[in-house]
Design a protein around this ligand. Structure first.
Ligand code: F2R
Ligand code: MG
Ligand code: MG
Length: 321
């Protein structure tokens, strides 16, 4: 277990990594490929890194966790709906916006979540926001379970829920990994296998392992794992980008954006994992300095960590429904 200052920095890193990936990836969202020159130009500019729905929802979830120590689904649904109502132009997914509008209008969240798509949403919106649950989880299974509970508010399809479970479990593993020793990427993937009891997800995990083994390019990885707006077509690629550059957060986030497709979301998820492993101090200051959400992320980190004892930052129990 990291000592307290390190853990506080890593929680801030998880949040700031999300925002940095989101902000760096946002201008390229939907492009099939992102040339290195275009990314370099954007990276070397000094313009503010505005965030989109990915970071907006992650911050709402983190504030909810700080207040309650766990997930109260009815309250969280209302928290998400209020945030959407206040800032509807953050680039929310079409279905997610309709779910949140219905909740804001007074609908029961359980009805709203299943009303938009038959079988529920398989979008990556639950996974893109989920990383903060790693902070209050005491184990990989608990991170996965809390991830699923946070997902159900907007994403009831199995893929939407599995994506959130995988990303929250990966964030938990990253947060508690030892940054002073090279990450054992095989062990990391093995630890994730029990989280997603589904053949399609197991195939993706095996695919990540194979791609890492042959040091695959971004194009090959995106082609094999997907880079789209679905959870199954994006969460595995984000995990790949993190593991491909497990000791280099800057390279990991660049890799995620270079993969193209849903760039803000894939890079936000990769950024959360890299930031959780290497901390805020491990992210380039020239990036974190530009964050629109910077002051709020510092406040949230203080809220998440203030009443926890040293070396025991993950011991608060989630509240039962
Ligand atoms: N919405 C976007 N990007 C569009 C362009 C935004 C533009 N840059 C701007 O600023 O305006 N990005 C954000 O949405 C993704 C997360 O989406 P989420 O929260 O999962 O939303 P939703 O609507 O539930 O799912 C996304 C789409 O997937 C398809 N879909 C999902 N489930 C489906 C189902 N059961 N049947 C059919 N289609 C389904 C739909 O097309 C959904 O709209 C992130 O990329 C975030 O950055
Ligand atoms: Mg977005
Ligand atoms: Mg996106």
């Amino acid at each position: 277990m990291a000592d307290r200052p390190q853990m506080v920095d890593r929680i801030l890193g998880l949040l700031a990594g999300t925002a940095v990936g989101d902000g760096l990836g946002a201008p390229f969202e939907g492009r099939s490929s992102v040339p290195a020159t275009a990314l370099d130009r954007w990276i070397s500019s000094s313009r503010t890194l505005h965030h989109t729905d990915d970071t907006a929802m992650a911050m709402v979830l983190a504030e909810h966790l700080a207040r309650s120590g766990g997930i109260d689904q009815a309250v969280l649904a209302s928290d998400f709906a209020v945030a959407w109502y206040q800032e509807p132009l953050r680039g929310y997914g079409g279905g997610a916006a309709r779910v949140l509008a219905a909740i804001a209008d007074g609908a029961d969240w359980r009805q709203a979540a299943v009303s938009v798509f038959e079988g529920g949403s398989w979008g990556n919106g639950a996974a893109m926001r989920v990383a903060p649950v790693a902070v209050v989880s005491t184990s990989v299974p608990e991170a996965a379970e809390l991830g699923r509970r946070s997902a159900e508010i907007t994403h009831t399809h199995a893929h939407g829920r599995h994506g959130a479970a995988l990303q929250s479990a990966a964030a938990h593993l990253a947060l508690h990994s030892d940054p002073d020793h090279p990450l054992d990427t095989d062990a990391f993937l093995v630890d994730l296998t029990d989280v997603v009891p589904s053949a399609s997800w197991q195939e993706k995990l095996a695919g990540i392992s194979a791609l890492l083994g042959r040091e695959a390019s971004t194009e090959e990885a995106a082609g094999a794992l997907g880079n789209d707006i679905g959870a199954l077509g994006s969460v595995p690629l984000a995990v790949f980008a993190f593991l491909r550059h497990a000791e280099a957060p800057e390279a990991a986030i660049r890799c995620a954006v270079r993969c193209g497709g849903d760039t803000d979301t894939i890079a936000a998820m990769t950024g959360a994992l890299s930031g959780a492993r290497h901390g805020y101090a491990g992210l380039p200051a020239s990036w974190t300095f530009r964050l629109e959400a910077g002051p709020r992320l510092h406040r949230i980190t203080a809220q998440l960590t203030q009443d926890r004892s040293a070396g025991d930052l993950t011991r608060r129990r989630p509240r039962e429904e």
